[in-house]
Design a protein around this ligand. Structure first.
Ligand SMILES: [Zn+2]
Length: 1011
């Protein structure tokens, strides 16, 4: 492939940066990289465009293969994009590549650039590509494994040092008009060498040239390059050369596209996946780095949005220091496909021999020969004395120097070969001698991005004449549509103020005598310089409740100044409608706003309604025709008014003693201060989210204030679940015969721990008479001091003894404290009165006969039981007992309960003798319980003892009873007379018995009293 080229770049670099700026009187100028513009020029050649497309396709396939691996890795990896990048294995490892490089020094005094300067620059360049020494600081950079060597073998096979010096006025080259000139001066086979042209300056203007606040920032060229063709640089700074050689190896600017597009990182932006999307070509801060795109994660390896890669050699910043792995891979991929990979096999890094020979010559005495002139070629070779001079491939002479005349116009190739002593090796040098009639028409416009019309922004462009050796000039220019060329000037430089915007074409014809030269045509775009107002509302605050404070920016997207006093009208509807009434207080700008500049304002507007919550603003309604366009003259803003809600929301019901967290949810502008008002104890009354323990239904009011004294307020009522009192009966006990003791359990539901009010219990003696006062037995009041343990309390109350067998009762029937659930408010207890009883009240018993006595029991348990007397009973503390006694006796059984209820049963026992009469003859009244009395023991046929008389031996009566019952020991004689013991001895008795049949009979006898 034979390629003629051109590349240009312009980089004028002063320090170690790709991008720099310096001021001049029209604003600011600076130098950037012209590779994009240069490549656009190259694409006008369809074969170049095709080749570029094919190369990009191949590079993308390789990139896609890598990126698929990255995507797979992304799915399973941790959330750190750096880690991903470092961990992702390159599918094809970077290989060590060394590319032969040649420096073409194009300069009016090319010897001013010494060999050592070139060698030093190469060391720096190689450090940059190796991520080494001063370029090793950024850990995300990599060693590209690409290095450059000074070419040691030139295209003719001769020895060289890789430095090619060319005296030429093209040391100042115009990128738009003269890009093709440098390779015409010299270029080495691009399939084997990296060509670098070093010039003095590059004339041109590229983005980011901008007009900003009425002032131009002009960016010139530091360098330019295009993939595979080489690089043009205006300085030897390593970042500049590394950048342009990056383009040479197919890299694009990291901000390519400047649109953050990242749908497919293998074709969007710079087509390298591990450089994050970047939307600016303006050099911003290096630390912290700007983050101009948030599309980083859409495709490619990034798991989160990361800042722009400001340290990348392919960005415009003041801190370039690295290439990424992806860029290194793309460059290696490019080398592998460019020209069939011929750079990989180039042997130009190896010298053909070790002899210290060097070939060079100059023709500085006649550097720009005209037709027919003679040129002296001065041999400056070293290490040899054996030369051959060739003209256009034909050997001319073996002399040291060479002289040649050129009869016709054209480019002639002159080659010098210098042999070593054995002719086993040679060095060579080739120069292109351009012969013409002596004039070269050249010019450069001093501005290439302009906006101008008459009366508004009339801008003047100076077309600076840089022609060689001419004395007569004609400037030819088209109309605003690029048609109808006419001569516009014959002066040396041409100055024109463009009165109408449009696309102008201009060229220069320069001549001297009969020699005429015509320059290339320059195409100048002149933009519409009118103003273009726009507006953005960026904040609205409610202001003292009756106004709003609007903060907005008026933009001037155009060039001409937006004059002071331009109107901004506000309307309470969106979209703005001119026919609708506007809000009061139209704002008028208070200062001029220069082109491509913004001005912020704040104004207070009266509101149409206290609820106003949306506005639209329209700038320059009065004079829209002065603008380039009006589509951007409106800005809307809504939902700015503070509106807030409190949670829990109004009428929320909670349990008593719950801790409530009050939370604010606000819309619109922020709350500046808040005041809470409530009866409860808030954790704080002026914080956003206080807490409150709810002990009763509570209303909480709040008042919130914004920065500018607007209010909103809320209230929220928190209800508590009502108390739920329940009662169950535990037991009922007889109490002191006339009362009962009720034991019950009262419990509180819904988290209550005490009564809210004294609580009434009403007792009734019939279930079905609940609510019927006629059966009310008693009422008790439980005080609020009643203590509850685990929500329950045991209540004991004495009430009047019921008249029925059931006591029922209820609690809080009067709803002195509200309850929702009443079904558990009542209890009842069946009641059986305490009673002991016997069906037999009288028992007939023969002497020595045994009978059982049975007593029944109902009601409460017996805690005390006693028969009186106990004599003759088998158990005197049992309900049931056996009776065996010889004397008639009246028994009584007494019983009582825990709470002093008592009852008794009386039983009379009548004892009889089996026969009519039995009388003892001796008795012993000594109180031993045996035979202590002398009494009548008789059978059932005896009705009564009519008369019972006892006399002593002197006939004195010691005892007498009449009409007594038989068998009753206590009716008998106890051996005393008048309360004194009667003497022992024998006594006479007379007893008259009356029988049931009405007859009587007298019995007499003696009885001995023994003590
Ligand atoms: Zn560039």
């Amino acid at each position: 492939m034979k390629i003629t080229f051109l590349f240009f770049l312009y980089f004028v670099l002063i320090a170690n940066t790709v991008f720099s700026q310096d001021g001049n009187n029209t604003g600011t100028s600076s130098k950037g990289c012209g590779s994009e513009r240069f490549t656009e020029l190259l694409r006008k050649d369809s074969s170049f465009a095709k080749l570029e497309q094919m190369q990009n396709l191949q590079l993308r396939k390789k990139s896609q293969a890598r990126n698929n691996l990255l995507i797979q890795k992304k799915v399973t990896s941790v959330n750190d994009s750096k880690i991903i990048l470092l961990n992702a294995p390159p599918p094809a490892p970077l290989i060590d590549i060394t590319i032969p490089i040649v420096f073409h020094i194009v300069n009016d005094n090319p010897d001013a650039i010494t060999d050592q300067m070139i060698y030093d620059a190469l060391v720096q360049l190689n450090d940059a590509y190796a991520h080494r020494n001063i370029y090793a600081s950024d850990p995300s950079g990599v060693d590209t494994h690409i290095q450059f060597c000074m070419a040691k073998k030139n295209p003719t096979g001769g020895k060289t040092n890789g430095i090619d010096r060319i005296k030429s006025y093209y040391q100042n080259v115009d990128v738009d008009l003269e890009a093709a000139q440098l390779p015409k001066l010299s270029d080495w086979d691009p399939s084997k060498y990296a060509n670098v042209w070093l010039v003095n300056s590059i004339q041109g203007e590229i983005a980011p040239s901008t007009f900003d606040c009425g002032k131009w920032t002009r960016t010139g060229y530091g360098g330019y390059a295009s993939a595979g063709f080489g690089a043009v640089v205006s300085a030897l700074s390593a970042p500049l050369v590394a950048h342009e050689l990056g383009h040479y190896l197919s890299l694009l600017h990291t901000f390519t596209g400047m649109d953050c597009r990242n749908n497919d990182c293998t074709i969007d932006g710079d087509q390298v996946c591990d450089t994050p999307p970047d939307a600016t070509n303006k050099p911003g801060s290096c630390s912290p780095a700007a983050n101009t795109c948030n599309t980083d994660t859409i495709s490619g390896p990034f798991l989160k949005d990361v800042p722009d890669n400001v340290t990348n050699f392919m960005d415009y910043t003041s801190c370039p220091s690295m290439f990424t792995l992806g860029q290194a891979q793309r460059m290696q991929d490019f080398i592998s496909i460019f020209s069939g990979g011929s750079l990989l096999t180039s042997d130009a890094c190896s010298a053909p021999c070790s002899d210290n020979i060097q070939a060079s010559f100059n023709w500085n005495s006649n550097p720009y020969p005209i037709i027919g002139s003679t040129v002296d070629f001065v041999n400056t070779s070293t290490g040899s004395s054996d030369y051959e001079w060739y003209l256009n491939g034909t050997l001319q002479t073996n002399t040291t120097d060479f002289q040649q005349s050129f009869p016709s116009a054209g480019t002639n190739t002159v080659k010098l070969i210098a042999y070593n002593p054995t002719r086993s090796c040679f060095a060579s040098y080739t120069g292109n001698v351009i012969v013409n009639c002596g004039v070269d028409a050249r010019f450069s416009p001093n501005k290439r991005i302009v906006a101008s019309t008459s009366n508004i922004y009339e801008d003047t462009v100076t077309f600076v004449n840089t022609s060689y050796n001419a004395d007569t000039y004609q400037w030819i220019m088209s109309d605003k549509n690029g048609l109808n060329f006419t001569q516009v000037s014959t002066s040396k430089d041409y100055l024109n103020s463009f009165a109408t915007s449009g696309n102008y074409k201009i060229y220069l014809v320069a001549s001297k005598g009969a020699c005429v030269s015509k320059s290339n045509i320059y195409s100048l775009q002149v933009n519409d310089p009118r103003q273009d107002a726009g507006i953005t509302i960026w904040a609205v605050n409610c202001y003292k409740n009756d106004s709003i404070k609007v903060s907005f920016t008026v933009h001037n997207y155009g060039y001409d100044t937006i004059p002071k006093g331009t109107s901004v009208r506000f309307h309470d509807q969106i979209p703005y409608n001119k026919l609708m009434p506007t809000l009061k207080n139209t704002f008028y700008t208070t200062n001029d706003i220069l082109g491509k500049c913004d001005q912020g304002y704040t104004t207070i507007i009266a509101t149409s309604s206290p609820k106003l919550d949306s506005i639209s603003a329209f700038v320059n309604e009065d004079n829209p025709s002065v603008e380039i366009s009006n589509f951007n003259n409106e800005s809307d803003y809504k939902n700015f008014r503070l509106k807030y809600k409190v949670s829990p929301s109004n009428d929320t019901t909670v349990f008593i003693n719950d801790l409530i967290n009050l939370k604010i949810t606000a819309k619109g502008e922020p709350i500046n201060s808040i005041q809470w008002v409530t009866n409860g104890a808030l954790s704080c009354s002026n914080c956003l989210n206080p807490t409150l323990t709810i002990t009763d239904t509570t209303t909480i009011k709040s008042f919130a204030k914004t920065n500018f004294d607007c209010f909103d307020s809320t209230f929220t009522r928190i209800n508590i679940f009502p108390i739920d009192i329940s009662i169950v009966n535990n037991r009922i006990d007889c109490y002191q015969n006339d009362s009962v003791l009720i034991t019950s359990t009262v419990c509180l539901g819904n988290h209550y721990t005490a009564f809210k009010k004294p609580t009434e219990i009403k007792y009734y003696d019939e279930v079905d008479s609940l609510g019927n006062g006629t059966h009310l037995i008693d009422t008790h009041i439980l005080p609020t001091s009643t203590t509850f343990t685990n929500s329950c309390s045991t209540i004991e109350q004495v009430i009047k003894k019921p008249s029925t067998s059931l006591v029922s009762y209820n609690i809080n029937k009067n709803q002195s404290q509200f309850e929702k659930v009443l079904t558990n408010n009542q209890a009842s207890a069946s009641y059986t009165a305490f009673r002991i009883s016997s069906s037999i009240h009288s028992i007939d018993l023969y002497r020595r006969e045994e009978k059982a006595i049975q007593v029944d029991h109902e009601g409460d348990s017996i805690t005390y039981l006693k028969w009186t007397p106990s004599i003759g009973l088998s158990c005197d503390t049992c309900l049931n007992t056996l009776l065996n006694i010889n004397s008639s006796t009246s028994y009584k059984l007494n019983a009582s309960t825990k709470y002093d209820c008592t009852d008794s049963v009386g039983i009379n026992v009548n004892v009889y003798f089996q026969n009519t009469l039995a009388l003892p003859n001796v008795f012993t009244p000594n109180a031993d319980g045996l035979n202590d009395r002398f009494y009548v023991i008789a059978g059932k046929d005896v009705d009564k003892v009519k008369s019972f008389l006892i006399y002593n031996r002197w006939g004195k009566k010691v005892f007498e009873k009449n009409n007594i019952l038989p068998n009753d020991a206590y009716s008998g004689w106890d051996g005393t007379t008048n309360g004194k013991n009667t003497e022992m001895g024998t006594y006479v008795y007379t007893i008259i018995l009356e029988f049931r049949d009405g007859s009587s009979k007298t019995y007499s006898g003696t009885i001995s009293l023994i003590r």
